[in-house]
Design a protein around this ligand. Structure first.
Ligand SMILES: [Zn+2]
Length: 280
């Protein structure tokens, strides 16, 4: 595997059933019947022989319990069984909502790449207003503040390479500094959209999510992602769609229903493929 090509492991650590009217913004404007929709919770590992990025870290167990969401697998256990050494990984934060930056304590010494606009917003006055605040866990924001004081935060703006083959792009919309990543893999370019689109349907049918900081930016983000996909023939991975695991190869039998892989590293080390005894 060359230096600028990566394996992406998509880890599905949580799931819940909800309603279409609760996920799409102002669903009534479409004049469609309401119905059930499954919303899955993911984080992503982007790695090759030289580097490992952990893209978002899932929600913490206590914050999940508080919101009535349970984990299918604790993110820390999944990372360990997938062979991720926290101290050798760089954490990339796509945005600071509770389901993306819980569990940062698993990475006490890692550099954290955080959108500058996210950090400024959530440590500023408007992040405290109820309609914004409900999407974050104050403990996570405190963690980011501490990491900043420890000089572990790398603040990101605009579009920049994090390493050869990995680009971070700020779109805003869902959250003030919402970012996406493009990653080179042996299957082509992958666009890790995170919550710039939660579901395939959103970007395909131009339907914004109900949690939105800037609606115009969210629509512009859809346009920019569609362009990226078309120009590069890229594979789009939305942030919460259960279909991601149906469309991509399972990571291993042990991780059936929990992890998919894109651009698999060859050969897979034995230790990567097995769940630990404690989780079996
Ligand atoms: Zn999310």
């Amino acid at each position: 595997m060359s230096d600028d090509e990566y394996e992406i492991v998509v880890v599905r650590y949580g799931s819940r059933d909800t309603l279409r009217s609760k996920v799409f913004l102002n669903y009534e404007v479409y004049g469609e019947a309401d119905g059930p929709i499954q919303m899955d919770y993911y984080f992503w590992i982007v790695r090759n022989d030289r580097r490992t990025f952990v893209v978002d870290t899932g929600f913490s167990e206590h914050e999940g319990l508080r919101r009535g969401r349970s984990q299918l697998v604790p993110p820390g256990d999944a990372l360990a069984s997938l062979g991720v050494q926290p101290n050798a990984a760089t954490v990339v934060v796509t945005h600071a909502h509770y389901d993306h930056v819980g569990n940062l304590d698993l990475f006490p010494r890692s550099p954290l790449i955080v959108p500058s606009a996210e950090y400024a917003f959530w440590t500023g006055p408007f992040g405290q207003r109820e309609q914004f605040k409900h999407a974050v866990d104050e403990n996570d924001i405190e963690h980011l503040r501490r990491a900043h004081h420890e000089n572990r935060l790398r603040l990101h703006t605009g579009s920049a390479l994090l390493a050869p083959g990995v680009r971070m792009i700020e779109l805003g919309g869902h959250s003030p500094g919402q970012c996406v990543l493009t990653v080179n893999t042996s299957e082509g370019m992958v666009l890790l959209a995170s919550d710039a689109t939660h579901f395939y349907e959103q970007i395909e049918r131009d339907m914004p999510f109900h949690i939105v900081a800037d609606l115009q930016a969210m629509y512009a983000g859809f346009d920019q992602m569609n362009e990226l996909v078309q120009e590069n023939d890229a594979i789009l991975i939305p942030g919460h769609d259960p279909a991601v695991l149906e469309r991509h190869q399972p990571y291993s039998r042990e991780f059936a229903g929990l992890a998919a892989v894109i651009g698999r590293r060859q050969p897979v080390a034995r230790s990567d493929a097995a769940m630990p005894a404690s989780a079996g």
